[in-house]
Design a protein around this ligand. Structure first.
Ligand code: C5P
Length: 235
C-alpha cells in the first residue's frame, strides 16, 4: 500500500451500510471495478468484522477503520488481533503513545497503520473546548511529523490538509483522503470536499468515497467515473 500502482487501486469504497448482507450485495454489484473497501464502525458493529476478513480472503484490499485509542497495552493487543485478520490497513488516533504501541505491535505482520490526526469535524473552537491551544492545522502538522518519526505508514487527511502535510513530511507517509465529491454530486455533510482529480493532483495517494458510489443509481458506473478522474490526474 505504500506505493499504490493503479488508479483503480487508489479508490477505497466505504461500505457504510447497515448489514453484512447489504455490504455483500454492494460488493457484488461493484464486481471487479473496485479492489479496495473500507469497513468502518457501522458495518463492524452489525456483523461486518467477519465480513472484512472474508473480503480480504477473497482477494480484496480492506481498510478496517477502527480509529483505535486506548492504553498502550490494549491498543497493542487490538493491533495484533487485527493483523491476524488479513486486512491491509487500520486507523489509530495519532497520539504519540498510541502510535508507538501500534507500531511495536504490528511487527512484521505487513498491516499498514494510518493515523487520524485531528477529526475533520473539529474546528478551533472545538479544540479549545477540548483543552488544546492553537490551530487545527498546527496540530495536524505536529501529529503528522510525529507519525512519520514513529514509523506509521500514513495518515487520513482532509483534502485541505494535504499540502501542509506534504510540506512537513514529504512522501514519507501515504495520504488517504475522504471528503471526496465527484464534480456535480451532492456534498452531503462534507463541508470541505474536493473532486477526485483535485485531491490526487494535490498529493493524495488514495481516496475514500462512500455515498457518491454506494448511493448512486449505478454504483459501478460511479466508481468507474471516479477511477477515470484519478487516471486523468495521474496522466
Ligand atoms: O459518504 P462519504 O464519501 O462522505 O464517506 C466518507 C467516509 O470517510 C465515511 O466512511 C466517513 O466516516 C469517512 N471519513 C470522513 N472524514 C474523515 C474521516 C473519515 O468522511 N475525516
Amino acid at each position: 500500500m505504500r506505493d499504490p500502482k493503479t488508479a483503480r487501486d487508489r479508490l477505497i469504497v466505504g461500505l457504510d451500510l447497515p448489514s453484512r448482507q447489504a455490504a455483500e450485495q454492494m460488493v457484488e454489484t461493484l464486481g471487479p471495478a473496485v479492489t479496495f473497501y473500507k469497513v468502518g464502525m457501522q458495518l463492524s458493529f452489525s456483523g461486518g468484522l467477519g465480513y472484512a476478513a472474508d473480503l480480504a480472503r477473497a482477494g480484496k484490499s480492506v481498510f478496517l477503520d477502527m480509529k483505535l485509542l486506548d492504553i498502550p497495552n490494549t491498543v497493542a493487543s487490538a493491533v495484533e488481533a487485527i493483523a491476524g485478520m488479513g486486512v491491509t490497513c487500520t486507523t489509530i488516533h495519532a497520539y504519540p503513545q498510541t502510535m508507538r504501541a501500534a507500531v511495536d505491535a504490528r511487527g512484521d505482520s505487513g498491516l499498514k497503520l494510518l493515523g487520524v490526526t485531528v477529526l475533520t469535524s473539529l474546528d478551533a473552537a472545538d479544540l479549545a473546548e477540548t483543552g488544546y491551544a492553537g490551530s487545527v492545522s498546527d496540530l495536524v502538522v505536529k501529529r503528522a511529523v510525529q507519525a512519520a518519526e514513529i514509523g506509521m505508514d500514513g495518515l487520513i487527511c482532509a483534502p485541505g490538509d494535504i499540502a501542509a502535510i506534504r510540506a512537513a513530511v514529504g512522501h514519507q507517509l501515504i495520504l488517504v483522503t475522504p471528503g471526496i465529491r465527484p464534480a456535480g454530486s451532492a456534498a452531503g455533510d462534507q463541508k470541505r470536499a474536493a473532486t477526485p482529480e483535485a485531491a490526487i493532483r494535490n498529493g493524495a495517494d488514495c481516496l475514500v468515497v462512500a455515498r457518491p458510489v454506494i448511493k448512486a443509481a449505478d454504483p459501478r458506473a460511479a466508481a468507474e467515473a471516479i477511477i477515470g478522474e484519478i487516471e486523468q490526474a495521474l496522466a
